[in-house]
Design a protein around this ligand. Structure first.
Ligand code: NCD
Length: 340
């Protein structure tokens, strides 16, 4: 794909080669993300960071990624704080805000809303999550994490055994990740969920058509056996018709250290897009796993910076200039090797 000036709306845009391009640029971002070097390559540029749905890490890491490249961030975080609450259309909002920014990241609860917004935008738009549909930057950072976790175990992404656990119906991170994984070869996917929250058929059909094995299970203990990667998810309560309905599924699949020790191979990697629901009635990923070295959840969040910096650098076409005029940081950044 042509990155320069492009919107990023769906992972369907990416080939394996494009993924390699993003990952190679992400690797180059490490000294800046680790606060060892400073670059000002996006000095003067403005990111419109528009989050009309709750977000912590996606919003903040997109903002920090832009700052780390030297740009400024303008944030809108609620529908009621924007003119959309006064009945303004996506078209008008996009026309206006794209006059104020060089690039926009948008999250909204309506599927397809970010694409509609991008159609009217005069500047590139990145989908930060549109309803239950897609979350491309999350899938890229998840895949980048899978690659780096497996690299240290001497395995490529091809042939991996991956278990996806939880709300696979409404989880947009899982939807985008499945599409990206589909581009690799010979995966063994186990989809563990209550049948009502199963991965939509379009994704399972596509995976099977690409030659992957897809096994469907509603049993956590059996489903996780033999997996290289466990990818847990939260019940997406905001997408259910009523809170009571979401409550029926909360806490059905809880992974903790005892279950991990009994049913998983010793080096199985544990992932979660976060936030994990840590309330006692949910607790899909127990705190007793926090010291497990295979818990990759905070490596995922750190990798989010690298991926989002790479997307900005590629879309705004500055990859070759990131290192120009870069310098060392002058403040205390913690003991060496502690970040990322
Ligand atoms: C995910 C999302 O918003 O889709 N979170 C995230 O961006 N890291 C997953 C979730 O909210 O459960």
């Amino acid at each position: 794909m042509k990155f320069s000036g492009s919107h990023i709306l769906t992972v369907d845009q990416f080939t394996r080669e494009d993924i390699d391009t993003v990952f190679a640029v992400a690797d180059q971002m490490r000294p800046y993300a680790e606060r060892r070097r400073i670059t000002r390559v996006l000095e003067g540029a403005i990111l419109g960071n528009m989050f009309f749905e709750p977000s912590t890490r996606t919003r903040v890491s997109f903002g920090c990624a832009f700052n780390l490249l030297g740009g400024e961030v303008r944030e809108t975080t609620e529908v009621r704080a924007s003119a959309i609450a006064k009945g303004e259309s996506f078209y008008d909002t996009a026309r206006v805000l794209s006059g104020y920014s060089d690039i926009i990241v948008m999250r909204h609860q309506i599927e397809g809303s970010v694409a509609e917004f991008a159609d009217a935008s005069r500047k590139p738009v990145i989908n930060g999550g549109d309803g239950a549909n897609e979350h491309p930057s999350q899938a890229l950072l998840d895949l980048y994490t899978i690659r780096s976790e497996m690299e240290s175990k001497g395995k490529p992404i091809d042939n991996l055994r991956i278990a996806l656990i939880g709300d696979l119906r409404y989880g947009r991170a899982v939807h985008s990740l499945c599409k990206l994984l589909g581009l690799f070869d010979n995966l063994y996917m186990t989809l563990i969920s209550p049948s009502e929250l199963a991965l939509p058929e379009e994704y399972t059909d596509a995976l099977r058509a690409q030659g992957h094995t897809v096994r469907i299970s509603d049993n956590l203990h059996n489903g996780i056996q033999g997996a290289d990667i466990l990818y847990c998810t939260r019940t997406q309560e905001e997408r259910f018709p009523t809170p009571e309905e979401a409550n029926r599924y909360r806490g059905l699949f809880r992974l903790n250290q005892a279950i991990y020790t009994e049913h998983c191979e010793p080096n199985t990697v544990i992932m979660h897009p976060l936030p994990r629901d840590s309330r006692t009635e949910a607790s899909e990923l127990d705190n007793d796993l926090n010291d497990n070295p295979n818990l990759a959840i905070f490596r995922q969040t750190d990798n989010g910076l690298l991926i989002r910096m790479a997307l900005f650098a590629l879309i705004l076409d500055v990859v070759d200039r990131v290192h120009d005029s870069a310098r060392d940081v002058g403040w205390y950044t913690g003991p060496p090797g502690q970040l990322l």
